[in-house]
Design a binder for this molecule. Structure first.
Ligand SMILES: [Zn+2]
Length: 411
């Protein structure tokens, strides 16, 4: 691990990585067998800044390596996520847009239009900003106005000149992807009306700590936020945290509601959560030493369980070749010797190998038509949806393996 001091991405204080997950490939870098010799790896180290409370990746690969034409993730593939974003859109309409004349909504990282379509269908002025061109095209085909650019202050100015200030700026699972958070926060502050509202949600640091869900950490997730850190990061751009709304998505997320300082009342939820974070020690470096040992224990337990099942002659396959699975497989050193294949419904991943660990990815049918003895649930954050769907697997004697919050077989 590097001993080098790095500047905190939020407040510029000097910080040091406290933990490395080892050489890590691009989480979405599914590849063909012939591409494995040139595979790209980076040292995935994490650091915590006590000055502003920000948990962050020490180094992130170049954005061009992570977001490209073949970007594999389309939000609308999950039914539960569709319902989640419909509710999110309803909340924005009710809480922010109601009573406003000809409101304007901007979503950053609008993906395939999963959330903005609810504004488009209601004939509300809207604009999506989505850097992945093929995903943006899918949104446009649904009638969702979308531009393919990276968001910063310059783009914010361009949007304001063309459409005026935004009543609501929204995003989901996007802010934690943006390394230059200050540039984006400044752009958001410029884009908003004087009484506009910014809402965004991301995986929550408190859940990651309490569940040892270290698989939230991968190349694209440069931050795992807490209310403490979000409050500090946006304060210098004139935005104030006015509410916090916990969400069940992505294994535990938090929706942060911000507005220009003094323009809206602050909900009692905000001081209550800040107090809770303090009592859990989420703002202290010592807590993250504990997280590191929890990760090491999880890694030992998962290896021990898979090796035992292998010795007992059991068939183990992975369920869901998620981005998160890349961190687990590479950090734990798990390969095709322990997991026969991983099934996934995303066509672009099928027939390829998992990044770094090189486990074959097969279509869903490979799992459904020949159930294994055990299925390792990489998509644990969709457990409810998956258990509903896979009743015949368990009724036929199949068992699920999980590693969040603890490694074990789900009985
Ligand atoms: Zn900091």
């Amino acid at each position: 691990m590097s001993e080098k001091e790095i500047p905190c991405r939020v407040c510029d204080a000097k910080i040091r990585p406290f933990m490395t997950f080892g050489p890590m490939p691009i989480a979405n870098g599914f590849l063909k067998k012939e591409e494995t010799p040139g595979e790209y790896f980076f040292e995935m180290e994490v650091a915590f800044c006590e000055a502003c409370g920000t948990f962050q990746l020490a180094e992130q690969p170049d954005a061009k390596r992570m977001f490209h034409e073949n970007y594999a993730f389309f939000s609308s593939l999950s039914r539960h996520m569709q319902i989640h974003f419909q509710k999110y859109a309803e909340l924005v309409k009710d809480r922010v847009l109601k009573g406003r004349k000809d409101p304007f909504v901007v979503e950053l990282g609008s993906n395939d239009g999963i959330m903005l379509r609810h504004f488009s269908e209601a004939k509300i002025r809207h604009l999506g900003v989505e850097p992945s061109k093929n995903v943006a095209e899918a949104a446009r085909q649904k009638g969702v106005n979308t531009i393919s650019e990276f968001f910063d202050l310059a783009l914010a100015k361009k949007i304001v000149a063309e459409h005026g200030h935004a009543d609501a700026v929204i995003c989901a699972n996007v802010m934690c992807h943006i390394p230059d958070i200050n540039s984006v926060a400044a752009g958001m502050a410029h884009l908003l009306q004087k009484d506009g509202v910014l809402m965004f949600e991301d995986p929550y640091l408190g859940d990651m700590f309490s569940k040892t869900s270290y698989d939230q950490i991968y190349d694209e997730h440069v931050f795992i936020f807490s209310a403490t850190c979000v409050g500090n990061a946006f304060k210098k751009h004139g935005l104030e945290l006015i509410d916090v709304l916990p969400q069940p998505t992505h294994g535990g997320s938090m929706r942060y509601v911000l507005a220009p300082k003094g323009s809206h009342p602050v909900s009692p939820n905000v001081p209550a959560l800040l107090e809770k974070e303090k009592s859990l020690g989420l703002d202290r470096a010592k807590t993250w030493e504990q997280f590191k040992s929890n990760c090491e224990k999880s890694r030992e337990d998962l290896n021990a369980l898979l090796k035992k099942l292998k010795k007992d002659g059991k068939r183990v396959v992975g369920y869901g070749a998620t981005s998160k699975s890349t961190t687990v497989l590479n950090y734990c050193g798990i390969g095709p010797d322990l997991i026969e294949f991983i099934s996934d419904t995303t066509p672009i991943k099928q027939g390829k190998l998992t990044p770094g660990s090189h486990i074959p990815v097969k279509p869903y049918e490979a799992f459904a038509e020949n159930h294994p003895d055990y299925a390792l649930l990489f998509a644990w954050n969709h457990a409810t949806e998956i258990f509903e769907k896979e009743g015949t697997f368990t009724s036929g004697g199949g068992k699920w393996i999980t590693f969040v919050p603890k490694v074990g077989i789900i009985e």
